[in-house]
Every structure is written in structure tokens, then in C-alpha cells.
Write a protein that binds this ligand. Sequence first.
Ligand code: AHG
Ligand code: MN
Ligand code: MN
Length: 332
Amino acid sequence: MANKNHYEGIVTVQRHIIEQQKLHPEATGAFTGVLDGIVLATKIIESQVRRAGLVDIIGAVGEVNVQGEIVQKLDRFANQAIIRSLGYRTSVGIIASEEDNEPRIIHPRTADARYIVLFDPLDGSSNIDVNISVGTIFSVLRIKDPDWDKDPVKALLQKGIEQQAAGYVIYGSSTLLAYTTGHGVHTFTLDPDIGAYVLREENVRMPENGKTYSVNEAYSGTFADGYRRYLEWTKQEKYSLRYIGTLVADFHRTLLRGGVFLYPPTKKDPSGKLRMLYEASPMAFLAEQAGGMATDGKVRILEKQPTKLHDRTPLIVGGRDEVQRVMNFVRE
Ligand code: AHG
Ligand code: MN
Ligand code: MN
């Protein structure tokens, strides 16, 4: 008897996005093109990540970026891959990257340009040299302001609840893509044999509780009292600590296994380290779409109004019960 064809009934991310579009009767297909551009860029990035150590892609460029962080060769490569691959999509008006000082206007005002793409091209880049998972994070907003090309920064300073889509890719033991367009979180695995992201799980749900906390506890000496009391409590309750230092990887584990990830304000980063538009906001959208929560300790991340392009925020994200508990400690 012939083997059942492994690829029979295969659902690629492209097909999935098209199906999702049917849930939006007003959709024109332009949005599908945006996500398609992001997907292509992540495949280009993944091919370089897989070659790290074989080609000259490991190490620093010798520059510091707008965030005051050392630019890795792979940061730059990933940034350019996304800019190029979105550059051909006429529906994208503005792109803004964690690595760049200013947003870029991709297409001067045309009737087609209706989306803004914000991204962290390579998350966890300090981990690349030591073979630990890195990722890419993206967030898609709609252009609302008719004069958007006069002031692109103003056009993109939107609250997280305005996001049209968000997602990430982990270049890990396998390459995995997770995305949401506001109808649940769906994950895909890159099949290297056919070069396509293949559906792994639809409507992923984040467990409401889970005895894992994830934080750079080395900084706890400079955390506010509430955070320190919470960390003491986790020891009494025999929680486990897991911290990778790549947000995408720490978030993904929390999504699947439950628990909580936190990056509180520290002495070094009094507003938190994570970037509102490229990291916190997309992760908050995904968390809520999977039944979880995301807050800065006081305010729901998705309701925070960003005030500048590279705004930072404290972040507590994870299963509902776990996030709620941290908030109870922090609010006291
Ligand atoms: P990036 O590599 O994009 O600059 O992001 C690094 C971020 C995030 O991925 C991670 O959660 C956090 O930095 C880790 O920071 P610490 O080293 O301060 O713990
Ligand atoms: Mn990052
Ligand atoms: Mn980065």
C-alpha cells in the first residue's frame, strides 16, 4: 500500500492568512501581501542564522545602535532583509525598526499605501554567538492619518489595541512562526525541505497558571519592593526559574507552558528595557489573543499610548493568574 502523502492537505501560513482574511469582509488582499513580505524576510534571515559559524555572520559590526546597544552583523543583515522584502509591497507606507533612528517612508503617499510595519529584526542578538535561539518580532498598524507622510512618527504612535497583526519567528531547534490578526494565535513550522511554514497549531491557548517565572533576577537588587516580595514568594511556592535572555524564546515557552515573564524597571533602565512598539506591544497582542495578560504593572500594555518611537516599558506578560498575582504584589 502506498504511504499516505505527508504533504496532503498541507496548510501553509500563506493559505492560512488568506483564510483568515475571509473573516474580514472588507479585506482587499493588500494585507496578505504585507504578511507575505514579512514571511519571506524571515526565511532569508533563517538561512543566515543556520549558517552562523560557517559564513562571516557572527560578531559585532563595531557600532552602537539608537538603543545604545552593540550592533551585531546579524542585526544588520536581518534589518536589511526586512526592509528589502517589504520595500516591494506598495501597500506598506512606513516601516520602523528597532535598529534605525527614524522610520522609513517606503512608498510616498499612494492610494495603495495603508499599512505600517514595526519590527525587531533580530531579538536576542547577543545570544547568536553562543548558539542560543534568536527571533524576529513584527507588528502591523493601519495608516489612519491622511497626512501620514508629513509626520510618519506621529502616524505610528498608536496604542497596541490598534494593531492589525503581530507575530514572531523563533530561529530555534526548529524555525517557528506565530501570528495573530485578532482571531487567535496560530503557529507554523518551517519545513526546510519545501521552504514553507506549515501549520503546527491553531488557536494556541496560554495556560492560566504555571509555576515558572522568567526574569533577569541579577537585577533584583534594584527592583521595587513589590517585585522583590513577589520573587521571595516564588521561592516559598517552589516555582522554577527559566530565563533565556531572548524575549521571543522566553515568551514562546510561557505561551506553551504557562508562567510569567517579567522585565521590571531597574536602576539602569528606570522605564524598563523592552521597547514598547517593537517588543511589548506585539507580545501583549499575542498574549491576550491566547487568553493571557500583559501589563506594565499598572496599565494594560495594549492601552498605553506610546509617546516616542523608541519608547520603553516595564513588561509583565503570561498566564492570567500568574500576571494577576505579580500585579497584586506590585500594587501593594
Ligand atoms: P535585542 O536583542 O532585540 O536588543 O533584545 C534583547 C532583549 C530581549 O530579547 C530580552 O528579553 C532582554 O533584552 C534581555 O535583557 P537582559 O540581558 O537585560 O536580561
Ligand atoms: Mn529585542
Ligand atoms: Mn533586536
